[in-house]
Design a protein around this ligand. Structure first.
Ligand code: NAD
Length: 431
């Protein structure tokens, strides 16, 4: 990737600063990641050879609380990517008023090439390498792209072994049997669903008249597709890393989910007579999916999917960013000029970190909540913060992303100022 993701992410900060009155101290503090750790992780492979993987953990800012952020396994993971993901976590936690700072981690690896044993050794090796840098009151891990509850379980177990004490609160998104929270697996999708349901009535649009395309059929995109389908939305296209499928009259999402679980591919559905013939699907690429004539577009895969190169071809009227950073800052300008509503990642996908927060609270209190209680606590937070961001956008006549940053910045700015000493110097110099 030629340009810096972090520089692109910081552009949003610059735009939002125009609409806030936060102190110079706060602005200066938020320009740079606080701490960035790079580690080399030696892993004994199944054939006896040794491979060394690069891993990262970045704490961007911890003024509002311990760092919080997922761990990504992907061949494109780089320090720059992890820093920008940590930046987004900082703003996301502030936007949702969670008592956390922002952090993120990752390993440069294609996990699909590793056996389960190799993956476990890699995950435990990562924790060995970063154990002094993390902790329940310091920096808390969670799943992200190509990591899941099983990986989180290994990580928590390894940390507990190192510390010689059961430490469930160092990692969220764990299996429920190891202190995980009910509802965490579907939390990102559930949070996004609540935001969509809260916002779409503003445009007088009934679910049955709303055509949706979803890029990415993983944890976030897959569950969201099921929820929207159950609520009556017409999901006309979905895709994964192999490509996508399209049906003008709507896809049968439960059948696709079942098929994907069994085959691990969406396009493999073409070999299955029953589903193919009943839903009349067509194969399409991820690029084509983004440019479909739909009402709602949901990027739920990776960053940098909508750029200057394709922003003018986007036909959706509303974009809900479930992935982190799927739209570049240059594309943002084009989409805004074209009147497309972009509901930003720091709001839309914040259900995951919110239920992670619930998991951390449960781990620390030792009292575990029912699924109903999780949903009962998640929904009002998502709906309230969506309404706050919508109101800021209306009041200041700005786009929703800038409004989200303004909202988060006011909380971050207050916390940084409350901690800072600048006023002493200012008063001293003046007197
Ligand atoms: P996942 O690994 O479960 O799924 C990722 C999906 O994207 C898979 O279907 C994969 O096939 C697909 N994909 C990969 N490369 C692609 C490509 N080039 N084009 C199209 N599809 C591609 O990951 P996830 O947890 O669902 O995360 C997806 C996005 O949501 C990421 O940006 C992640 O940071 C964000 N997110 C996830 C969570 C969470 O709790 N899982 C929380 C907040 C944000």
């Amino acid at each position: 990737m030629s340009h810096s993701l972090l520089a692109d992410a910081s552009q949003r900060l610059e735009w939002a600063l125009k609409y806030t009155t936060i102190s110079e101290d706060a602005v200066e503090s938020l320009k740079y990641p606080q701490t960035s750790l790079t580690v080399s992780i030696p892993v004994r492979m199944d054939d006896g050879s040794l491979r060394v993987f690069q891993g990262y953990r970045v704490r961007y800012d911890d003024t509002r609380g311990p760092g919080k952020g997922g761990v990504r396994y992907h061949p494109n993971v780089s320090l720059d990517e992890v820093q920008s993901l940590a930046f987004w976590m900082t703003f996301k936690c502030a936007a949702l008023n969670l008592p956390y700072g922002g952090a993120k981690g990752g390993i440069t690896v294609n996990p699909k090439e590793l056996s389960r044993m190799e993956l476990e050794r890699l995950s435990r090796g990562y924790i060995d390498a970063i154990a002094d840098f993390i902790g329940p009151d310091v920096d808390i891990l969670a799943p992200d792209v190509y990591t899941n509850a099983m990986v989180m379980g290994w990580m928590m177990d390894q940390y507990s072994i190192i510390k010689r004490q059961f430490s469930p609160a160092v990692v969220t998104g764990k299996p429920v049997t190891m202190g995980g929270s009910l509802g965490r697996e579907t939390a990102t999708a559930m949070g996004a669903f609540y935001v969509i349901e809260a916002m779409m009535p503003k445009f007088d649009r009934a679910p049955s008249e709303t055509r949706v395309a979803i890029q990415g059929f993983g944890n976030a995109g897959g569950f969201l597709a099921e929820m929207l389908y159950q609520a009556g939305y017409k999901i006309v296209a979905v895709s994964d890393s192999q490509g996508g499928i399209y049906a003008q009259n709507g896809l049968n999402i439960p059948a696709i989910s079942q098929f994907k679980k069994a085959s691990r591919r969406l396009q493999a559905m073409y070999c299955d007579d029953t589903v193919c013939h009943t839903t009349a699907e067509a194969v399409l690429t991820n690029e084509e999916l983004l440019e479909l004539d739909v009402d709602i577009l949901i990027p739920a895969a990776l960053e940098n999917q909508i750029t200057e190169a394709n922003a003018n071809n986007i036909k959706a009227k509303y974009i809900f960013e479930v992935a982190n950073g799927p739209i570049t800052s240059a594309a943002d300008t084009i989409l805004n000029d074209r009147g497309i509503y972009v509901f930003p990642d720091i709001l839309v996908n914040a259900g995951g970190v919110t239920v992670s927060y619930f998991e951390w609270v449960q781990n620390r209190s030792g009292l575990y909540w029912s699924l109903d209680e999780i949903h009962h606590r998640l929904k009002p937070r998502m709906v309230e913060e969506a309404a706050n961001i919508w109101a800021i956008a209306q009041d200041l006549s700005i786009d929703l992303r800038t409004a989200g940053y303004v909202h988060a910045l006011s909380r971050l700015g207050d916390a940084i100022s409350a901690k800072g000493t600048r006023d002493y110097y200012v008063n001293h110099v003046k007197s």
